[in-house]
Design a protein around this ligand. Structure first.
Ligand SMILES: O=C(O)C(=O)C[C@H](O)[C@H](O)COP(=O)(O)O
Length: 211
């Protein structure tokens, strides 16, 4: 099966991919367990903190029901580092030729970021139809994605950036949006306080949305 199809299959596993910013490696496993208990299995650990790669490795090793990927894959060298840590998929906020080449070399499925029709067409030329739409809200949100669905009906977007539970419901009603991403499921203060029960509750609410 090709990697684009693998990414489409991952997008179909749940309506929300939580976007995680983890400051302490010891938070990774209980956080992932809470999200999985709430019904969210596909998790994006952003490479925004020094412990991100270690968090990916710990989740991959210790939370078998989670499917952990790396987000904020911004530099070409991030792609293989994430793969070596155990990431099962990659997410980048935008796309460059060098970054796409390195993501291809990992043989992992990935969500490359696009906003404009030209960016989407560039990715389509590489066989990619599973894309990230970032930053969703500032870039034009639901109306923008509705407009892209006209000429580009085969593209499936995971919008992220500025989405909460209420907005997620609206995005998921679009035919070209099988899932959304967002950090709202893991409020910074809940993670800092170790309030995994609250995180599980937020995950359960998110998981109950229907695409
Ligand atoms: O880090 C990445 O790879 C990104 O592309 C950006 C994230 O998906 C958004 O920053 C999440 O947005 P919020 O839900 O508004 O916090």
């Amino acid at each position: 099966m090709d990697r684009n199809q693998q990414m489409l299959d991952l997008m179909a596993l749940g309506p929300v991919i939580p976007v995680l910013v983890i400051e302490e490696a010891d938070q990774a496993v209980p956080l992932a367990q809470a999200l999985v208990a709430g019904g969210l299995r596909v998790l994006e650990v952003t490479l925004r903190t020094p412990v991100a790669l270690e968090c990916i490795a710990r989740i991959a090793a210790d939370v078998p029901d989670a499917i952990v990927g790396a987000g904020t894959v911004n530099r070409p060298i991030d792609a293989d580092a994430a793969r070596q840590s155990g990431a099962k998929f990659l997410v980048s906020p935008g796309s460059t030729a060098a970054l796409l080449d390195e993501m291809d070399k990992t043989h992992l499925p990935y969500l490359a970021g696009a906003v404009t029709a030209s960016e989407v067409l560039g990715l389509l030329e590489r066989g990619l139809t599973a894309l990230k739409f970032f930053p969703a809200e500032p870039a034009g949100g639901i109306n923008y994605l509705k407009a892209l669905a006209g000429p580009l009906p085969e593209i499936r977007f995971c919008p992220t950036g500025g989405i909460d539970l209420a907005k997620a419901k609206q995005y998921l009603a679009l035919p070209n949006v099988p899932c959304v991403g967002g950090s709202w499921v893991v409020p910074k203060e809940a993670l800092a306080a170790g309030d995994y029960a609250r995180i599980e509750t937020l995950a359960r609410e998110a998981a109950s949305l229907t695409p």
